[in-house]
Design a binder for this molecule. Structure first.
Ligand SMILES: CC(C)(COP(=O)(O)OP(=O)(O)OC[C@H]1O[C@@H](n2cnc3c(N)ncnc32)[C@H](O)[C@@H]1OP(=O)(O)O)[C@@H](O)C(=O)NCCC(=O)NCCS
Length: 178
């Protein structure tokens, strides 16, 4: 049986979602999360199916590593690292694209930069050389999260796609693409 990683900095915890988290996941995704990130509001069945698919990615060692974000034992968001560089615009071989969201009740506490830093530490041990955060023009909250997490801006402010990079601890290009 696969041991799923649990990452913590003592304030938040990143864990792999379970089917029983589906209801809480849906409740946390407001219109902004749907508009800026997921593109869809899940039904309960769809959320369960989606959680099963991300768990499969973990067990089969595929390109996607997705975590839920917990604070004070409540699921308050999610963060995703995607190393399928041919599938994601604006990333290269050896990169991981990082995307994140917080439920409204989890915003304003600095949890998102913490989650980015935890995932970056984890990826540094996986032969990923660089984390990339892509934000849409005008998503000031996401840009600020990238900045607070210690990322460097790659694109000019005002470009449609804003990319931020974070060089990881053990640079070694060529993360396998599953
Ligand atoms: C992006 C998101 C996770 C940020 O949540 P948050 O609660 O603001 O995040 P944090 O509490 O960790 O705060 C991060 C920083 O952003 C700042 N911030 C929040 N909203 C902001 C805004 N509209 N404009 C400028 N800065 C903003 C906060 O003040 C904080 O900076 P500080 O520590 O210097 O005060 C949240 O807004 C969200 O889920 N948005 C929808 C999904 C999304 O856009 N995801 C990003 C795709 S990559």
């Amino acid at each position: 049986m696969t041991a799923f990683p649990v990452l913590t900095d003592g304030v938040i915890e990143l864990r792999v979602l379970e089917a029983s988290d589906a209801e809480c996941l849906i409740a946390g995704q407001d219109d902004d999360v749907i508009r800026l990130l997921t593109g869809t509001r899940f039904s309960l069945a769809e959320a369960v199916e989606w959680i099963e698919s991300v768990r499969e990615c973990w067990t089969e060692g595929r390109h996607r590593r997705n975590f839920g974000i917990w604070a004070s034992d409540k699921l308050i968001g999610g963060i995703d690292a995607h190393t399928g560089w041919t599938m994601v615009q604006g990333i290269e071989q050896g990169d991981a694209n990082i995307a994140f969201w917080l439920a409204p009740r989890g915003r304003g506490f600095g949890y998102a930069p913490r989650a980015v830093r935890l995932v970056c530490q984890y990826l540094g041990g996986l032969e990923v050389a660089r984390a990339i955060i892509r934000t849409r023009c005008g998503n000031d909250a996401a840009n600020r999260v990238a900045e607070r997490a210690g990322c460097t801006r790659l694109d000019a402010a005002g470009d449609e796609l804003q990319r931020w990079s974070f060089l990881l601890a053990q640079p070694s290009r060529g993360a396998p693409e599953a």
